[in-house]
Design a protein around this ligand. Structure first.
Ligand SMILES: Nc1ncnc2c1ncn2[C@@H]1O[C@H](COP(=O)(O)OP(=O)(O)OP(=O)(O)O)[C@@H](O)[C@H]1O
Length: 446
């Protein structure tokens, strides 16, 4: 079991009163679809992968901030951008008040000492041909931090001791291949702290380790944080570890933060339907207590074509009329239904429709459906009305139909019109320290 330092008992300054170390404002990292500069320029307008899309976050000294979300939500890109490993395409990053967004390699170099990354895979992070003395002490050489071999050895020895690779003499001449996964990650942490950094971005630092050593590595990181006055950004898809490890947590979905606040508060009373679904999916340690879980339907969408309005709406069980319904949601609804039906029945229903490709375009708030051969727009409308009626009687309610304003025939096609959408803004909820971007709550801009 992890033991976090008790901030009140130890007289540690509350987070709110601490100095701001890093501040991100409207941060964007959009990747162009093509690898050249023209592609990147064009990519900003259309077809770009919006890996990070308008993030505002403040990181205070001594804080452990968790960036949590499914694969593809942009956590890694955000962490890397913070350290200058990816370039921001918009917004700003301030470190100790200084705007470092446009820092090139030369200006970034001295900062690299202060801002370190710990990667997921300790096996890949260490050069197999380099002994531990050379690997762990590498940053000392890069940043010219020692003037003699004796000083070098003393610092490496101290770092190894701090991470529990003791006695250090036993490890200095070993190679990564001689170490277990947990020992390798300890060596990686020794290398990360040796240049006396201020901030560590740890990207899934325990996910490739044996279950038995995961808690020990997190505990070690907490001990290092306390002893060396570190600040952490912890990137993970594992909410259970984030719950113990993080002071604050930012839940990311498709490049945006959908919920942010003190970890204890977010876990005790999650607000965003996405956070609720993620929390519900945490495995129950005692299988006899297994409850029926409401798992997220569908997959995280393509970040190059994010859904209209709230990106989560196509998967959201409680989405409202104005959450961003669009033509491709109709296609999604039909295809999900046909997958569940016996093939013959699905085939019959599918035959009512002509080409569905026109419904794939993103951001189209009215769907014009071409009837299949031998069918009319009225046949399609009758079918859709039947689906709507069935849905209104079913539990849980299918939220898609809340977004439909009208269905009518026009020019031989069946037209389905959706409510106008608004992007929900991250907004502080009254009487809480939690911010949420969801139209279920007032102040989201909906
Ligand atoms: N260098 C890149 N070029 C183009 N697209 C990228 C690049 N790096 C990341 N992406 C895309 O940006 C989006 C966010 O990726 P990112 O790795 O930051 O997400 P993540 O939440 O950390 O996921 P994972 O847990 O799988 O690492 C994804 O759609 C990804 O494909």
């Amino acid at each position: 079991m992890l033991t976090k330092p008790d901030t009140e008992a130890s007289g540690v300054v509350a987070l709110d009163d601490r100095e701001t170390l890093v501040e991100m404002q409207d941060l964007e990292v959009h990747f162009g679809m093509r690898g050249n500069v023209f592609g990147r320029l064009a990519g900003k307008a259309a077809g770009a992968v919006k890996a990070v899309d308008g993030v505002n976050l403040k990181l205070r000294k001594g804080e452990v901030l968790g960036l949590v979300g499914e694969s593809g939500s942009g956590k890694t890109t955000l962490g890397r951008t913070l350290l200058g490993m990816n370039r921001a395409t918009g917004g700003t990053i301030r470190y100790r008040g200084e705007d470092i967004t446009e820092f090139g390699e030369r200006k970034m170099r001295p900062l690299r000492r202060k801002l370190q990354m710990v990667f997921q895979d300790p096996h890949a992070s260490l050069n197999p041909a380099m002994d531990i003395r050379t690997a762990v002490g590498h940053p000392l050489r890069i940043h010219n931090l020692v003037s003699s071999d004796a000083e070098y050895d003393a610092k490496v020895t101290d770092a190894l001791e701090r991470v529990g690779l003791t006695p250090p003499e036993r490890y200095l001449t070993k190679f990564p291949g001689d170490l277990s996964g947990g020992q390798k990650q300890r060596a990686v942490l020794a290398r990360a702290i040796i240049a006396e950094p201020e901030l560590l971005v740890a990207d899934e630092p325990i996910s490739m380790l044996d279950m038995s050593v995961r808690a020990k590595i997190l505990q070690l990181m907490l001990d290092l944080k306390r002893d060396l006055d570190l600040t952490y950004v912890y990137v993970t898809h594992d909410l259970a570890s984030a719950k113990f490890f993080c002071d604050t947590i930012a839940i990311m979905y498709l490049g945006r933060i959908v919920e942010y606040g003190p970890t204890a508060e977010v876990f005790a009373d999650p607000k965003h339907p996405y956070t609720k679904a993620l929390l519900a999916a945490i495995p129950e340690p005692d299988p006899t207590l297994a409850v029926e879980r409401e798992l997220l339907r569908g997959e995280i969408p393509d970040a190059a074509k994010p859904p209209l309005g709230c990106s989560f709406h196509p998967r959201c069980p409680v989405a409202l009329a104005g959450c961003g319904w669009e033509a491709r949601d109709l296609r999604g609804l039909l295809e999900r239904r046909w997958l569940e039906l016996p093939p013959a029945e699905a085939g019959k229903e599918r035959a009512l429709f002509g080409d569905l490709d026109a419904l794939s375009e993103s951001g189209v708030t009215s769907a014009a459906v071409t009837p299949g051969r031998g069918h009319s727009a009225e046949d399609v409308l009758e079918y859709l009305r039947r689906l709507r009626e069935e849905a209104s009687a079913a539990e849980p309610r299918e939220p898609f139909w809340r977004g439909v304003i009208t269905m009518h025939a026009e020019g031989g096609r069946a037209v389905v019109e959706f409510s106008p959408a608004q992007d929900p803004r991250l907004n502080l909820l009254p009487e809480t320290d939690v911010q949420v971007a969801c139209h279920l709550y007032p102040g989201s801009g909906g």
